[in-house]
Write a protein that binds this ligand. Structure first.
Ligand SMILES: [Ca+2]
Ligand SMILES: [Ca+2]
Length: 203
């Protein structure tokens, strides 16, 4: 942006109306062009998530900026606007949840929340199940108020396992992944139903 100052002195009389701009506050983030008053960013990679607002003070001095010149100042409030430069991140790479084997389908198993420090739509996280053993046992929705991923037992999962699979025993936790661009992995402890699904294909 550009700031301009006016000087009522006669521009034809020496340097009395020749203005020079300088920056009194706002370095090293911003600079001002001495002759034009154009304010420019002075640092690469300025980050709104680190700091959004800057108060910049610009001085205009007559007499071409020389000793004995008179000056005036103005304050410029600069706000960095957001770009989508942060992917969503889960605070943990692995989560553990457990669900009782007699839990009723449709009941909630647990919740996850990924962080995205960007503003508005740039920070709006959408969750999706992408991978995992027993993935068909679960469904995932996004709570629009809390911005959490809500994991539930699928209502229609009861008929998903076959008689052979039902004989499998489970010793390890089952896992599945939740995506919000970055990935969090969820290890559910061994409910009977979930582990039958895990062993599908390995027996
Ligand atoms: Ca983002
Ligand atoms: Ca941003």
């Amino acid at each position: 942006m550009q700031v301009t100052a006016t000087d009522a002195d006669d521009p034809t009389y020496g340097n009395s109306a020749r203005l020079v701009y300088s920056i009194l506050q706002g370095q090293p983030y911003f600079s001002v062009e001495p002759q034009t008053g154009i304010i420019r960013t002075a640092l690469p990679n300025m980050d709104r998530e680190a700091r959004q607002e800057y108060d910049v003070v610009i001085q205009a001095k007559d007499m071409g900026g020389h000793m004995g010149g008179l000056s005036g100042t103005t304050e410029v409030k600069i706000t960095l606007t957001d770009v989508n430069d942060n992917p969503p991140k889960f605070p943990q790479s692995v989560y553990s949840m457990s669900v009782s084997e007699d839990k009723v389908p449709g009941e909630e198993v647990g919740r996850l929340k990924a962080k995205d420090p960007d503003l508005e739509d740039n920070g709006l996280v959408n969750y999706r199940l992408i991978d995992g053993d027993g993935i068909s046992m679960f469904e995932l929705s996004t709570n629009s108020e809390t911005r959490e991923a809500v994991i539930k037992l699928r209502k229609d999962a009861a008929g998903a396992s076959t008689p052979e699979e039902a004989d499998d025993d489970c010793t390890k936790g089952c896992n599945r992944s939740v995506s919000g661009s970055s990935t969090g992995r969820v290890y559910g402890s061994s409910t009977e139903e979930v582990c039958r699904r895990q062993h599908k294909g390995s027996s």
